[in-house]
Design a protein around this ligand. Sequence first.
Ligand code: CDP
Length: 223
Amino acid sequence: MNTIPSTVPHFAIAIDGPAASGKSTIARLLAERLGLIMVNSGAMYRAVTWKVLQENIDPHDNAAVLAMMDRIRIDCGHDGITSTIAIDGINPEEELRSEAINANVSAVSAIPEVRSKLICLQRGYLQHSSIVMEGRDIGSVVFPDTPYKIYVDADEEVRAARRTDAGEVDSVAKRDAADSGRKTAPLMVAEGATILDNSHHTIDSAVEAAIDILKQQGLEILD
Ligand code: CDP
């Protein structure tokens, strides 16, 4: 494990990128290597979508989704390694990667008020620990001032194949188009982010590449 000097105040490493680019795996292993908490912001959008579908709400009915958001309790925490989320006391983790959630999460996450509520919870993590947070708008909106930003990309065929290999039904191209085309916080390469092309890396070499980028961005990492 590499370490960060204990004198360094809390900071966020932002990992953004399109669906199935490998950003979760890189974020998780980076957090493990550096002794930080990994926060999966996509899981929060997925959990809200899970609740929307549970309640038979039309994901495109913004007013109904917002009324639900006002009603529910969202508890964000972590288990010492990664973020956890519970909605009205239930952790829906096992169901978050279902076909139905894959198909509807982009609509729910395009609603600005859903985003502002979740962004507030995302920023809250930094009060307690240093984090690696992955998502779509972490470097651009959630933590625009962090100097540590990586945009993980990969060829579309590679990404689609990764999802199929994982046994998931997920139209990554459709989700990317929705996430990149939305008005609020679209998927983009944040200012100051370095692109890591993960089309041909092994997992280990991708993590090494990420560590090199972070060192270049000024993060003090002890070997
Ligand atoms: O793991 P994968 O890349 O497939 O997606 P995810 O990170 O679980 O995110 C699922 C969806 O949540 C994305 O397609 C976005 O619509 C939304 N999302 C977002 O809008 N902003 C974030 N920071 C994270 C996810």
